[in-house]
Design a protein around this ligand. Structure first.
Ligand SMILES: Cc1cc2nc3c(=O)[nH]c(=O)nc-3n(C[C@H](O)[C@H](O)[C@H](O)COP(=O)(O)OP(=O)(O)OC[C@H]3O[C@@H](n4cnc5c(N)ncnc54)[C@H](O)[C@@H]3O)c2cc1C
Length: 380
């Protein structure tokens, strides 16, 4: 797919920001020490990246899905952590509010998130309910003007720094699976809400992930998001868009690793000549470039389908996530191979990219879950 002049320009702007602001020093410091870089967070808010895909009337830039994909791609080419910072409010955090928040909820919660003033996270997964979120046990029981929330969510990206969480809980205890689940906007400062210790992760260090525990938390009924018992479908629709974002992140990270591999193959000499003189090396680079380009085209096609509300948009998003994230794992591994022993050393960017992309075939639905979604569609 050939990008329009407008999208080319948008892509260049994302690249310039990432290369200028998310320096190697910042990347390495976050990877080493974890935590969260508030300075970068405020900058991406100031530039409007936290609201790229959110309508202007709710504090965003009103961009399309293709622009959102380009942002994820270009930010992750430099560092996946930057992509994840900007992705969350546009995707899992803001998505449910955009889909079914009332006007008051959108102004109160979505607009500050789009402007980067507040952070909203998405709390679906539980210790016993990952690929099968319909088996969740977190529950919310009506009590006058409130719901009493009890349960535990796990692996919640951004939880330790969040102001609000979109929490999924069973409200009809007689129902099973996806039925009888509702969504709530939960203020993380409410009594009874607590976060676990940030997980020690293989990669994407610098964006903390933790459990959230709810013990008799009183959530006002005004913070019920969307119709009662109808939250599950919204979660699934939110994940379609999120999967497009992860697919674009994978393309960007693979592109970053590929560029490192090309530069290294040109500079590194063995047997008296640059290693790329060997077809064993140049053919590997040719295959990497081809697979990245194939994934990129699939991502752009899925974005176009989302922008046009096409009937196959959800399937294309799953296909893009499946293909691009598996490709990125392979390409980042090949980039290490081409660096020889140096690729195993932390001084080389490919070592970090290899660890950062590993999660992409896992979160927002594993590769196996994407195959369930795709096969359901083609076999219906
Ligand atoms: C760093 C990180 C950040 C995350 N952020 C968030 C977040 O912000 N919000 C949130 O709600 N969740 C988040 N998650 C959770 C993530 O979405 C889940 O980890 C993921 O959906 C898989 O669930 P699970 O880990 O319980 O694995 P399981 O569901 O237990 O799966 C284990 C293995 O079994 C396979 N499997 C399971 N069922 C089937 C099947 N029917 N057919 C074939 N294979 C199957 C899976 O593919 C996988 O390989 C995050 C996870 C990580 C690691």
């Amino acid at each position: 797919m050939i990008l329009s002049k407008k999208h080319e320009l948008i892509k260049r702007n994302f690249r310039r920001f990432a290369e200028t602001e998310f320096t190697t020093e910042i990347q390495e410091e976050l990877d080493r020490n974890g935590g969260f870089n508030w300075d970068i967070w405020h900058k991406i808010g100031k530039y409007g990246f936290t609201g790229v895909k959110i309508p202007v009337e709710y504090g965003g830039q009103g961009g399309d899905y293709l622009s959102y994909a380009l942002m994820n791609e270009e930010f992750c080419r430099v560092c996946p952590v930057l992509g994840i910072y900007a992705n969350t409010p546009n995707s899992l955090g803001g998505g449910p509010l955009l889909q079914c928040g009332n006007e008051e909820q959108k102004q109160k919660y979505l607009a500050p998130a789009a402007r980067g003033e507040k952070q909203i996270v998405f709390a679906l997964t539980e210790p016993g309910a990952g690929s099968d979120p319909g088996s969740m046990t977190t529950k919310a029981v009506a009590d006058g003007d409130y719901f009493i929330l009890n349960g535990r969510k796990c692996f919640i990206s951004g939880a330790p720094v969040a102001d609000y969480a979109i929490v999924y809980a069973r409200t009809d205890l007689t129902q099973k699976g996806g039925r009888g689940i509702s969504m709530f906007i939960v203020d993380m400062k409410l009594e009874g809400v607590s976060c676990g210790k940030p997980e020690l992760k293989m990669g994407i260090n610098g964006y903390p992930t933790s459990d959230i525990v709810f013990e008799n938390v009183r959530v006002h009924k005004d913070d019920l998001l969307g119709p009662l018992h109808k939250g599950y479908g919204v979660a699934m629709k939110t994940l379609d868009g999120g999967r497009l974002g992860v697919a674009a992140q994978a393309v960007g990270a693979a592109q970053g690793a590929f560029e490192e591999a090309v530069a290294y193959a040109k500079g590194r000499k063995q047997f008296g000549k640059p290693i790329y003189y060997n077809q064993g090396v140049s053919f590997m680079l040719a295959e990497m470039a081809t697979e990245i380009e194939a994934a990129r085209n699939l991502v752009y096609a899925a974005a176009e389908a989302k922008d046009n509300d096409a009937a196959n948009a959800a399937t294309l998003c799953s296909m893009a996530k499946l293909y691009a994230t598996e490709m990125a794992n392979k390409v980042c591994g090949q980039a290490i191979q081409l660096h020889g022993g140096y690729g195993y050393i932390k001084d080389y960017k490919v070592e970090r990219l290899y660890r950062d992309v590993r999660v992409m075939t896992l979160y927002e639905g594993t590769s196996q879950v994407q195959k369930i979604v795709i096969s359901r569609d083609i076999l219906k």
